[in-house]
Design a protein around this ligand. Sequence first.
Ligand code: GRF
Length: 215
Amino acid sequence: MTGAGKRLVVLISGRGSNLQAIIEANRQGRLRADLAAVISNNSGAAGLRYARDAGIPAEVIDHRAFSTREAFDDALQQAIDRHRPDLVVLAGFMRILGRRFIDHYVGRMINIHPSLLPRFTGLNTHRRAIEAGAREHGATVHFVTHDVDGGPHIIQARVPVLPDDTPESLAQRVLEQEHRIFPLAISWFCQNRLSLHNGKVLLDRAIRPEQGLSG
Ligand code: GRF
């Protein structure tokens, strides 16, 4: 989109609000990235529309068309690599990825998860946080490694859990923070300030502590 910046490929499965935040940050010049492609495993993903409206090539690789996880991963990898990305961004991509795929993108694939990892990996994090009586909840951007939702943290954002919160109201408050910290983390990568070295996150050449961060 903008020419000389880092090339990003964004993977989505659904709503695409994080994709929208990334597109908007780039439009405002905060990323200076080249949004090379958006790829979804789901042809019904609303986010595909945002991509197309922004003039970003949007593709669907439907996981249901493949008989094995490996075959899907291979097709996805080929589709991604055609765009020669510097960074692969998982923005609400709801498929578990295989070891070979993850190894191929180590240090150049990041994810956002709606919890203060390592708490509440997996699904339904907002409901589980309320049920557990958590006083704080939030979101984590992390590099993707073999541990699902377990890779080294780049940034977290915290929100209070309020007495009358429902999973929906809490999700909404967390989502606002996601839309802030995900483009921020991507901007660091685009500015060559962020990398993964020997399993540690480096920001401006300093090792990022794993917990207790707030954006
Ligand atoms: C977000 O809550 C994100 O943290 C999680 O999936 C959701 C995707 O939302 N991984 P959207 O598609 O970006 O609106």
